[in-house]
Design a protein around this ligand. Sequence first.
Ligand SMILES: Nc1ncnc2c1ncn2[C@@H]1O[C@H](COP(=O)(O)OP(=O)(O)OP(=O)(O)O)[C@@H](O)[C@H]1O
Ligand SMILES: [Mg+2]
Length: 171
Amino acid sequence: MTVDLPDLGAMGAFGARIAALLRPGDVVALSGGLGAGKTTLARAIIAGLGHVGEVPSPTFAIIEVYDPPAVRLPLVHADFYRLKSPREAEEIGLDDYREGAALIAEWPECAGGFADEPGCLSILLKNTGLLKNTGLLKNTGLLKNTGLLENAGTGRIAIVEPGDDWVGRLP
Ligand SMILES: Nc1ncnc2c1ncn2[C@@H]1O[C@H](COP(=O)(O)OP(=O)(O)OP(=O)(O)O)[C@@H](O)[C@H]1O
Ligand SMILES: [Mg+2]
């Protein structure tokens, strides 16, 4: 499933939809290159869970924890970019943090990936502007005439792959 995220408002709405569906044990695995929008979507989900105020990027802390009543359910927000090997995810006690909580994972591949878990919603974010620059879309005459490509400089798309627990529960 692909979701168009042309601007920050769309990002916020998508995050709110995910937040409304999220259950303890779930993982939202956010992949995509530098600046793809992973933290932006994570913040939208955390806001959708009820959190008010700043959401620090866990780039340096690696893990940030949110607990009720400030949020609807216990949540772990992790950015695994700085891990040197998936083993380090165990060493920092990820499994303990995850007990009874949902997990939002940025750079999930650095922690060994979560796609084998039925509760994993895998989301790959892509900058449609970059796609345009690759020339991949050059020959799509149909798209061109809609003017959609001209406005594709800043937006994102999300390629969503649901684990079994997410079938029939798609955001
Ligand atoms: N759908 C969107 N449309 C336009 N701009 C966006 C969108 N999503 C995110 N951005 C902008 O892209 C920039 C990078 O976003 P963000 O920090 O969330 O990326 P990231 O994937 O977490 O990057 P990093 O891996 O470097 O931490 C931000 O300035 C953000 O406002
Ligand atoms: Mg980030």
